[in-house]
Design a protein around this ligand. Structure first.
Ligand code: NI
Length: 226
């Protein structure tokens, strides 16, 4: 399941953050790549302990915690502290798959990467190329979002970032361990939740809503791994 969530930051909020990020201390992206991805990864990143990365990363998590669609789609159990990457002209990240489990720096905590997330920060009009290409069962999805929008996709997907041919693509990326490990189960729960919300707005009968809401929670109880 691929889910786009708009407005984590407004265009203006994204712009201010991109300007601060541009002036930050960027390092070679290979530092956090596994053996296979190192060969195809050509970009720059902020260090995980960079104070600006932590500051904006915390803002992202705060915004997402208040976002009903994010909470319903991801059912988050643990969120990896957001990282930041930059692709300049000629930089790209070829097809790869993200590591299944990632240790959080300076802690013993680990996150199983059930979902991958990319928050687009740079204005898409300011760069060419840089599309995130995700292979899923329906083929390849090409994703390039307005500044401040986030895309969630299964951590199990093979994906790449196309070469940037003009400007600079700055984004945040991270992973979420979900209460519900299976993508298909999360997709079903999200569909059901959206339908329940819609029925509530249409003043459907209380009895049916109670029954459906009960089904949602009983499925979540059956599948949640707390
Ligand atoms: Ni990746």
């Amino acid at each position: 399941m691929i889910v786009e969530i708009p407005g984590v930051f407004s265009p203006q909020e994204s712009k201010v953050r991109v300007e601060r990020l541009r002036a930050a201390q960027w390092i070679d992206g290979k530092a956090t790549a596994g053996a296979q991805s190192q060969r195809v990864k050509h970009n720059r990143q902020l260090g995980g302990d960079d104070p600006l990365a932590r500051e904006i990363g915390d803002e992202i998590i705060d915004r997402l915690a208040k976002d009903a669609v994010f909470m319903s789609a991801a059912l988050p159990k643990r969120i990896y502290p957001p990282l930041f990457n930059s692709y300049g002209i000629g930089e790209s990240f070829g097809f790869h798959i993200d590591n299944a489990v990632r240790g959080i720096r300076a802690s013993r905590e680990r996150v199983r990467t059930d979902l991958s997330a990319t928050l687009f920060l740079a204005d898409p009009a300011s760069y060419d190329g840089g599309e995130l290409v995700i292979r899923d069962t329906y083929g390849e999805q090409r994703v390039k979002l307005p500044a401040g929008h986030i895309i969630l996709y299964p951590g199990s997907s093979v994906h790449k970032v196309e070469p940037v041919t003009r400007g600079e693509r700055i984004a945040s990326f991270f992973w979420i361990e979900s209460l519900v490990r299976e993508d298909a189960q999360r997709a079903l729960l999200l569909d059901m939740d959206v339908a329940i919300q819609r029925l509530t707005m249409q003043n459907a009968s209380d009895e049916s809503l109670v029954q459906l809401t009960g089904c949602y929670h009983n499925l979540l109880r059956m599948w949640a791994d707390c």
